[in-house]
Design a protein around this ligand. Structure first.
Ligand code: DHE
Length: 513
């Protein structure tokens, strides 16, 4: 065999070998650097699932940047100092390669994950402890995946309980204040009985979940998923699935779900799709009379097609983040690719465009009455400002410069102040206190120098504000909300959000619902 022939014979083998080695290397790199957050099988965990289906709004070039430099406003760190450019490129190619088999997360898989620790109705109806049941806090501690149930009168922990890995977003209190529903990033829904201080049921509703909402009657839990592209309605009593709703837009686009919230007056859930410009109003009112002439939209699997009919509201942009106004009549939503607008749920159309550059963090926005108008204020995770908008004219009335981009903003009806953190950058240990009428920063606190301070929640009466110190050696710092003086420090492990039962169920204007 002459040399050319030899080369032609060996070349394809070499080529295949090189490809196989590159793929093997990428798989090894993935297991070393990515799997702990994104899951061994790329199905997600604390971080999102890394599958082409989930990444199609992210160009490969952008993915290179994310792996090298990290992603602001997330837990994603940059790896540019640990991996060389070829390794980062190999990882990008790897995560854009489809899995050999698309994981199935259907009714049978969800059912198989269902755990009932205590049958509904089997536990005592009296609380095991003495406290004002209307002033309890759930505090999520991300540091070691626990939550603390805190007495909001004396700030004593009532108990500390392990949660699933990486609880994200607000655990939701259900009407009556006995049960709280938690969601982990990898789709576990866990129901906690506060009276009996125990978990009662769990189910994995998705592979990569976004958030959950509980209907105002406390009967239905709705989970919004990134993966698979579904919303999953669960029976709030024992978390058994009621319906799996495929997130498919009117034009047939299969989509992740940005988030879902409850809209009390409409007895509906409001959800936004993340891969199609569409907002959904999903009724949880009793199913219509089957003999009625109204034909609800057919969707979902199983025989439950009369429940949870969907009304679609076409939009002019995809909503990545949104917020429902205090009267639940409007949605203020923003798109990562730019632009924030207001949509009226009755008129089912856009009514205003907002001048909010950067990335306003709308799921953290709040409103309050200022003079004869209601204002909306939002932190911005890209810009060092809190933006205040007049909700009559939808014009920006003030841009309050802050010491860095912020994540959360909170207040209370009884407090003259709104609090916002400086979550990003060198000043992340600061907390601004803004006068709600003058719109001036009246004080900047530094609860724990050098440590991130973030997320505020008030006691039921608005007299105290609780701030999280996001550190393994962290704390909840309780401030007198009028004098702005510290009154107590409760050690905790990287506490993130905290949720006061009264403020949440009373739909306080100063917090998220
Ligand atoms: Fe959150 C709430 C989206 C990153 C902590 N976050 C929410 C909600 C949404 C959301 C849609 C409202 C859910 C609800 O309560 O029903 N969060 C996003 C993102 O898109 C973003 C920027 C990127 C991502 O990784 O998903 C993001 N969030 C984070 C974090 O990195 C935070 C700081 C730490 C963490 O837990 O991962 C974080 N998000 C929170 C918290 C809430 C939240 C504490 C609840 C706030 C509340 O008071 O209700």
């Amino acid at each position: 065999m002459n040399n050319i022939m030899k080369f032609l014979t060996i070349f394809p083998l070499l080529f295949c070998f090189t490809l196989a080695t590159a793929a093997d290397n990428a798989a090894t790199l993935y297991q070393q650097h990515c799997a702990s957050c994104h899951g061994k099988n790329r199905l997600g965990g604390q971080g999102p699932a890394l599958l082409p289906q989930n990444l199609h709004r992210l160009k490969k070039k952008q993915a290179l940047g994310v792996i090298s430099q990290g992603r602001p406003a997330t837990q994603m760190q940059g790896f540019g100092d640990k991996l060389n450019p070829q390794q980062i490129q190999a990882l990008v190619d790897y995560i854009y390669t489809p899995l050999p088999h698309m994981p199935v997360w259907d009714r049978a898989t969800i059912d198989a994950s269902h755990i009932i620790y205590h049958k509904d109705g089997s536990l005592p109806d009296q609380p095991k402890f003495k406290a004002d049941l209307d002033n309890l806090f759930v505090v999520v501690e991300l540091g070691d995946h626990h939550f603390t149930l805190l007495d909001g009168d004396n700030f004593q922990p009532i108990g500390r309980f392990p949660t699933r890995f990486a609880v994200h977003g607000g655990p939701k209190w259900a009407r009556g204040g006995r049960y709280v529903y938690f969601l982990s990033r990898d789709g576990w829904v866990s129901k906690f009985d506060v009276y009996n201080l125990t978990w009662v049921a769990e189910i994995r509703a998705g592979i990569n979940a976004r958030n959950l909402a509980v209907s105002d009657d406390g009967k239905v839990v709705m989970v919004a998923n990134y993966l698979p592209h579904t919303l999953v309605a669960l029976d709030a009593r024992d978390l058994s699935p009621l319906k799996i709703i495929p997130a498919v837009a009117g034009d047939g686009t299969s989509s992740r779900v940005s988030a879902v919230y409850t809209d009390d007056p409409r007895h509906s859930f409001i959800a936004a799709l993340k891969d199609a410009p569409e907002l959904w109003q999903i009724s949880y009112a009793s199913p219509p009379d089957p003999h009625s002439q109204d034909k609800p939209e057919k969707s979902g699997s199983g025989t439950n097609n009369l429940r949870f009919p969907i009304q679609r509201i076409p939009l002019d942009r995809i909503l990545d983040d949104f917020f429902l106004t205090q009267d639940y009549a409007r949605v203020v939503g923003s798109s990562r690719s730019g632009g924030t607008a207001v949509y009226d749920l009755d008129l089912k159309r856009k009514i205003a465009e907002l001048d909010l550059p950067g990335m306003p963090h709308l799921s953290s926005a709040i409103t309050w009455q200022r003079g004869d108008t209601r204002v909306l204020a939002t932190p911005n995770i890209r810009k060092p400002e809190v933006t205040v908008v007049d909700m009559k004219t939808w014009k920006v009335i003030k841009r309050i410069p802050t010491r860095g981009p912020g994540f959360f903003m909170r207040s209370h009806e009884n407090s003259p102040y709104a609090w916002t953190d400086v979550f990003f950058g060198p000043n992340r240990d600061l907390m601004h206190v803004i006068d709600k009428q003058s719109l001036e920063i009246v004080k900047t606190l530094k609860p724990a120098p050098g440590k991130t301070s973030a997320h505020v929640e008030f006691t039921r009466d608005g007299k105290y504000a609780l701030v999280s110190i996001w550190d393994m050696d962290g704390a909840i710092v309780v401030y007198d909300a009028t004098t702005l003086k510290e009154v107590k420090r409760i050690p905790m492990k990287k506490p993130s959000g905290k949720y006061n039962v009264h403020n949440k169920l009373g739909r306080s204007e100063g917090t998220s619902h």
